[in-house]
Design a protein around this ligand. Structure first.
Ligand SMILES: NC(=O)c1ccc[n+]([C@@H]2O[C@H](COP(=O)([O-])OP(=O)(O)OC[C@H]3O[C@@H](n4cnc5c(N)ncnc54)[C@H](OP(=O)(O)O)[C@@H]3O)[C@@H](O)[C@H]2O)c1
Length: 192
């Protein structure tokens, strides 16, 4: 489990762009896992500058790929590791979403594919939190804020370090009542 924590701190000093599950040994069905964080993400094509602006521009194949990575990826990781997580002590599942996945905060449209992929990830995580509540799991979605990564671009407000240290603090303080919620990197609750 030291392995998992090592990675968490490693990310806080590097980039947000990571696609990993924190596991002692994901291949072994006998190993326990404390927590899983899914972070992979794609946007169409790669940068916010190119976000699909109209339904006429929307490319169904690209949307399929975005949903496969951003939504089905975390579902697959969760399904593969749930047995190990049940044997762990902390039972944390953190899926990295986006404010763009909030239906309530969607005031300007655009971003076809990406928005749907994150809204579906949010719904998946909410359902999971309900299913696993009695087993002591805490399952949340977190928005990292606008971060200077390949996806966020050079004008983004936060450094990866700022975003990730904030997220680590929020994750460290999660209670059972927080399960099934949508947070940002400062711990503010966001609307669905
Ligand atoms: N940056 C922001 O401002 C911002 C805002 C809101 C939400 N987010 C969310 O934060 C998370 C991290 O984004 P980021 O800013 O770090 O983006 P990023 O710099 O573009 O990195 C995206 C990461 O996703 C991985 N990835 C892409 N396709 C994959 C696939 N098919 N399977 C596995 N991994 C795949 C990439 O791996 P490779 O490097 O190997 O391609 C890369 O590590 C994403 O979920 C994103 O939606 C970011």
């Amino acid at each position: 489990m030291i392995f998992g924590r090592f990675y968490l701190y490693l990310i806080s000093n590097l980039l947000l762009s990571f696609s990993i599950a924190f596991a002692s040994n994901p291949d072994s069905t006998s190993q326990s896992i404390f927590y899983v964080i899914t972070i992979e993400g794609v946007i169409n094509p790669v940068s916010a500058e190119y976000i699909v602006k109209s339904i006429a521009e929307a490319d169904i194949k690209a949307i399929e790929r975005i949903i496969a990575v951003n939504t089905l990826g975390p579902i697959r990781v969760t399904q593969a590791l749930i047995g190990n997580l049940r044997k762990g002590e902390q039972k944390l599942i953190i899926n990295i979403t986006s404010l763009m996945g909030s239906i309530e905060r969607n005031a300007r449209g655009i971003g076809y594919g990406y928005r749907e992929s994150k809204a579906a990830l949010n719904m998946f995580t909410k359902s999971l939190s309900n299913e696993l509540k009695d087993e002591g799991f805490r399952c949340i979605v977190m928005s990292p804020g606008w971060v200077r990564t390949d996806m966020g671009g050079p004008n983004a407000r936060l450094t990866p370090q700022e975003s990730i240290s904030g997220m680590i603090e929020v994750i460290s303080g999660l209670s059972a009542e927080d399960s099934g919620e949508f947070f940002n990197h400062t711990g503010e609750k966001l609307p669905w």
